[in-house]
Design a protein around this ligand. Structure first.
Ligand SMILES: Nc1nc2c(c(=O)[nH]1)N[C@H]1C(S)=C(S)[C@@H](COP(=O)(O)OP(=O)(O)OC[C@H]3O[C@@H](n4cnc5c(=O)[nH]c(N)nc54)[C@H](O)[C@@H]3O)O[C@H]1N2
Ligand SMILES: Nc1nc2c(c(=O)[nH]1)N[C@H]1C(S)=C(S)[C@@H](COP(=O)(O)OP(=O)(O)OC[C@H]3O[C@@H](n4cnc5c(=O)[nH]c(N)nc54)[C@H](O)[C@@H]3O)O[C@H]1N2
Ligand code: SF4
Ligand SMILES: [Mo]
Length: 717
């Protein structure tokens, strides 16, 4: 990947400064000997790619990709390379901190672990006594492999109030596919001959192995169609790019279904044997013609017809890729249902080059028995949307209820590896939520915005400094990974398992009793009866059982839906008063003089977490606001000018990027800049924050936030 070379080059130029920091007595001698090559997995984003850390003289000199790793296939992206910068970033959290000034003022004092942990436990108990145990909420994200211990603390403490990232990310996707197939499958990108990607920017928003497989294809037969209001790097790799009008993908999908049915191109035997409700789909789509769709999505009817035919003819090695982030519009679940149904009717289910249900390697489970509490109420967001996940509260309605104090007060906040001030829409509203908390504790590796507004900040050891438990990652080729410490944890940072145990100790014997385990014991439980897993992790950095996919495991078997079949028509939805077949809703009309705000990822940055990384910031110091060239000319705005972007919930000032790569009715900014925290010294004051502009719209089926429902106006700053 070209981004890879670029990041490596920059690593070279900055490495001296950072390593000077490391060598000035801050690195204690490594646990593993002075020079070592350590197998571990990347912690810079959700993908968990395989890494070999080159440790020389007690310093992590370089991170290399692990060629044994079948998921990331010898690739480490720019962010993965820049992981060294996380460890040696002068801005990393070093010691426990206790706030001394007002919230957000950034005045903290260094505290001992003893004092900080005593305070956290005391405050948690105070909130529990004054309100209830449910009065403490727990916010987190997956990815550290240690989030399980955080969730365990919540449950053992007696709070049902877990909110995590899925309802900011992919919960409508999961919901749409679960309702149709009873599972959320993986598209077999490597073996597909025809791929349609809509709003899944795989060349920049990296998902391994899809981002790599997308470029490989099979013997040149591959065709890639890409739909995005922006010309992204994925668009550049595609055979055809269509600048679809934002929020209209379902029109395109329904019109494709219309053509495929009308022209008899669907897979009759698959539909007959494996699906229910096809008879209801036929009349449902009859008015959704390509000519109708053209008026909605602005893709020519003739092209929709041709793509539908090509797609069906390439079946079953054809996929309408459903992507990962689906927090687009407020009707997102229905779009994902439409995509699931379109895939189903061409019979690409569980076959080579189609939609393949995930396999997973079974490993042992670290178990515990939470103390019994009589008074645990329902989670705060209960009943707010049609389908809530058991583990993950729906962030936006959850926050509404915290602010309303109903049905009960939530006054304490424990945060682990989540930067909700950057990731939950409407930052001002999130700040209000934080304002009304009696107590906030954040466990992070850097002074994120959320940490900056907290009362106690606890430094976790980074992913290159700690032993993490095993993680079994499902997929077409499932793997088991872990993380080993490459160097001893710097400063006073500690792994989360230690932090959780210390808090538990202070919460009373009932809770403490459930935290009587070491990381070694957790791992022994995970590999019980399977010593080969540990051996593979130690010697190759990854465990897997097969290198060739298995297809057809679910064919002819019951799926995990009520009917046991693919549910084209959803009785379940009908009973809840939801549309049992996806009904198109046109996006709101853009008001005159305004633009729809689109957000997304840049290949060099992970969410709001890496823009302060010295290596990555050196490549791209700030984000810009993309505006179409014609539109800029009409408005008298020039490239590089500073503009103020204003929505109903906030305003941000950033540099204008005038470009042909975006439709005239939208503007775009990359996620992850415009931070509030002055503890992020490299990026502070640079760029704008998308979360400060996005309003609080969400999908009423899955609770997923809708990040593209906001209109903004722009003016010269
Ligand atoms: N405006 C806007 N909002 C969005 C998105 C968007 O594009 N725009 N994207 C959405 C998506 S797809 C997602 S998945 C969510 C993600 O949003 P979040 O769930 O908030 O996750 P991150 O933004 O990755 O924040 C992770 C935090 O964990 C810290 N961290 C990193 N590694 C470690 C570690 O090892 N230990 C600890 N304790 N902390 C660590 C980082 O410093 C950071 O503060 O955001 C969503 N929200
Ligand atoms: N480099 C990098 N890679 C990542 C991450 C990261 O932070 N950085 N995060 C990971 C995570 S958690 C996730 S969820 C994924 C996200 O992966 P993606 O969802 O692929 O990425 P995004 O950039 O969030 O958004 C996708 C694209 O949708 C386009 N878009 C907006 N509205 C519409 C619309 O209505 N229709 C269509 N067709 N397109 C639209 C946007 O212009 C944008 O280019 O990436 C993962 N990989
Ligand atoms: S995609 Fe990049 S940042 Fe994400 S895990 Fe892989 S190497 Fe790390
Ligand atoms: Mo995500």
């Amino acid at each position: 990947m070209s981004s890879c070379t670029l990041a490596t080059a920059v690593v070279g130029s900055q490495v001296k400064v950072l390593h000077a920091l490391a060598k000035n007595g801050d690195v204690t001698s490594p646990q593993r000997g002075k020079d070592d090559d350590v197998f571990t997995s990347c912690g810079m984003c959700v993908n968990k790619c395989g890494v070999i850390a080159r440790v020389r003289n007690g310093v992590i000199e370089k991170l290399d990709p692990n060629p044994n790793f079948i998921k990331s296939r010898s690739m480490l992206c720019a962010r993965g390379n820049a992981g060294v910068g996380v460890v040696y970033d002068p801005d990393r959290l070093k010691y426990p901190l206790i706030r001394t000034g007002k919230r957000g003022e950034g005045k903290f004092r260094r505290a001992s672990w003893e004092e900080a942990l005593d305070l956290v436990a005391k405050k948690m108990n105070e909130v529990a006594e004054k309100y209830t145990r449910a009065g403490v909420m727990f916010a987190s994200t997956e990815g550290t492999y240690q989030d399980h211990f955080f969730m365990q603390l919540a449950e053992c403490f007696g709070s049902p109030n877990n909110v995590r990232h899925p309802t900011l990310c992919l919960s409508s996707n999961i919901q749409g596919f679960m309702a149709t197939f009873g599972t959320n499958p993986t598209p077999d990108v490597l073996n597909a001959d025809y791929i349609i990607m809509s709003g899944a920017n795989r060349s920049e928003a990296l998902i391994t192995p899809d981002s790599i497989d997308m470029l490989k294809g099979d013997g040149g037969r591959r065709k890639l169609i890409y739909l995005d209001p922006r010309f992204t790097r994925t668009a550049a790799k595609a055979d055809q790019w269509y600048p679809i009008k934002a929020g209209t993908d379902l029109a395109f999908v329904l019109a494709m279904i219309n053509v495929i049915i009308n022209e008899g191109l669907y897979n009759r035997s698959f539909v007959r044997e494996n699906c229910v409700g096809f008879d209801k789909l036929v009349p449902h789509v009859c008015n959704y013609t390509p000519e109708w769709a053209e008026r909605e999505c602005e893709i020519p009817a003739a092209d929709i017809r041709r793509i539908a035919r090509e797609f069906a003819l390439a079946a079953p090695r054809a996929i309408y890729y459903h992507g990962r982030r689906s927090s687009f519009m407020a009707n997102d679940t229905q779009l994902r249902r439409g995509i699931a149904i379109l895939n189903a009717i061409i019979g690409n289910w569980d076959v080579k080059g189609g939609m393949v249900p995930n396999s997973r390697i079974k490993i042992g489970r670290h178990d515990y028995l939470a103390p019994w509490y009589d008074d645990v109420p329902d989670r705060l967001d209960a009943g707010s949307v049609a389908y809530l996940s058991e583990n993950d509260g729906a962030w936006v309605p959850f926050r509404d209820r915290v602010l309303a104090g109903k049905p009960y007060p939530v006054k304490g906040m424990m945060v682990y590896k989540q930067n909700m001030l950057a990731s939950v829409p409407d930052r001002a509203r999130s700040l209000k939520m934080m304002d009304q908390m009696d107590f906030i504790c954040t466990i992070d590796i850097t002074m994120s915005d959320t940490a900056w507004y907290s009362d106690v900040v606890l430094p976790e050891a980074t992913y290159l400094e700690r032993q993490d438990p095993l993680e079994s990652i499902g997929g077409i080729l499932p793997v088991v990974v872990w993380r080993q410490p490459c160097i001893k944890a710097m400063f006073e940072s500690k792994p989360n398992i230690w932090i959780m145990k210390e808090i538990a100790k202070r919460l009373g014997s009932d809770v403490a009793e459930q935290f009587q385990f070491t990381i070694e014991e957790v791992i022994q439980t995970q590999v019980k009866g399977q010593p080969q897993i540990l051996k593979a992790l130690q010697t190759r950095g990854v465990y897997y059982e097969k290198t060739d996919p298995t297809y057809g495991r679910t064919l002819g078997k019951r799926l995990r839906t009520k009917s046991g079949k693919v549910e084209i028509y959803s009785e379940k939805y009908a009973k809840k008063g939801l549309d049992p077949l996806p009904v198109y809703e046109a996006p709101k009309t853009t008001p005159a003089g305004k633009y729809r705000l689109l957000v997304g990822r840049h290949a060099f940055f992970t969410h709001g977490t890496t823009s302060n990384n010295p290596y990555l910031n050196a490549i791209m110091p700030e984000n810009t606001l993309w505006l179409n060239t014609e539109e800029a000319r009409r408005r008298g705005l020039r490239n590089g000018m500073r503009v103020t972007v204003r929505s109903e919930v906030g305003a941000q000032t950033l540099k204008l990027e005038v470009t042909d790569k975006i439709r005239p009715d939208c503007v775009y900014m990359a996620h992850g800049f415009g931070v509030l925290s002055k503890g992020l010294r490299t990026v502070y004051g640079k760029g704008g924050c998308d979360a400060a502009l996005i309003g609080s719209s969400y999908d009423k089926i899955s609770g997923n936030a809708a990040l593209h429902e906001t209109f903004v106006q722009i003016e010269r700053a």
